[in-house]
Write a protein that binds this ligand. Structure first.
Ligand SMILES: Nc1ncnc2c1ncn2[C@@H]1O[C@H](COP(=O)(O)OP(=O)(O)OP(=O)(O)O)[C@@H](O)[C@H]1O
Ligand SMILES: [Mg+2]
Length: 262
């Protein structure tokens, strides 16, 4: 995992003054009358590595899915990479957003390499690409990404034969294949033990720094948040109840917030 990444860097960069993600007074309900997000405000700077925490049912996945352009919202304003998110994001904006759901969204019956290649479809929305008809340059890029993630020898293995950690890395490679500026990862390391999760996060962290990517992670483990995130947000019942630099969120403080004592 030590190869230089410069060759893979995105051509477009965001002006440093523009937040990568600006959420203003965001409200969302799956069913009328039951608000899941209630007036969420967030300003995430470009290049930020942010963690979102909070109890089960707080609305973390819902927020992620809205930011990924997968859920229309009735109230509020969301700007991604300087573009307002309204309805379905256009393909150019969609390409800039790499979303890794908790279940990873890999195609189990395809190989690691084929799954990574699927990431390039976001850059070629008009394609009706059948597998096997990817341009050579895309295949080479996918192989380079697999090498970068220490998966070169697993490239031709079907995903269902890979370990949890290997699958996580295939999902990252597929997202990078898209060449996004913003990565949204929803508890994508929660199936891994702590050392393995730390290893995967260390990789994403280094990559984000080198490429100037903005990363938002839903994470449950405070230890991982303190180790990798620069900023943390706690969501409870659809509201931001705490926001601070990650290192300021100590164990006692975290416990108090989660137990509703603050
Ligand atoms: N498709 C849906 N239809 C109706 N309600 C939903 C739907 N998806 C989620 N909810 C509800 O919205 C609330 C927030 O769910 P969400 O998945 O965003 O929480 P979360 O913070 O990600 O929780 P977890 O930590 O368990 O993943 C929950 O009460 C959940 O039951
Ligand atoms: Mg969730």
């Amino acid at each position: 995992m030590t190869q230089p990444l410069a060759a893979l860097r995105s051509e477009e960069t965001l002006a440093l003054s523009t937040p990568a993600v600006a959420v203003e007074d965001l409200w969302f309900a799956y069913r009328e009358g039951k608000w899941i997000l209630q007036g969420v405000n967030l300003q995430i700077p470009a290049g930020g590595f942010w963690a979102i925490m909070g109890p089960s049912g707080a609305g973390k996945t819902t927020l992620m899915r809205i930011l990924a352009g997968l859920l229309p919202f009735p109230r509020g304003q969301v700007d991604l990479l300087g573009h307002p998110l309204q309805g379905k994001p256009d393909p150019a904006l969609r390409r800039m957003i790499g979303y890794i759901p908790q279940q990873l969204g890999l195609v189990r019956g395809l190989t690691a390499l084929e799954n990574v290649l699927l990431g390039s479809l976001a850059r070629h929305p008009g394609w009706r690409t059948a597998l096997g008809f990817f341009p050579r340059a895309e295949i080479e890029r996918a192989i380079a990404l697999l090498e970068l993630l220490d998966l070169a020898d697993r490239a031709d293995e079907k995903v269902f034969r890979l370990s949890g950690g290997e699958r996580q890395r295939v999902a990252i490679a597929r997202t990078l294949m898209q060449d996004p500026q913003l990565i949204l990862a929803d508890e994508f390391v929660s199936d891994l033990d702590l050392p393995r999760a730390a290893q995967v996060l260390a990789f994403v962290h280094r990559l984000a720094r080198e490429r100037g990517l903005t990363v938002i992670l839903n994470l449950h483990e405070l230890q991982l948040v303190q180790e990798f995130a620069d900023h943390v947000v706690i969501l409870k019942a659809g509201q931001v109840v705490f926001e601070s630099p990650a290192l300021d969120l100590t164990w006692p403080l975290f416990r108090e917030i989660m137990e509703g004592k603050r």
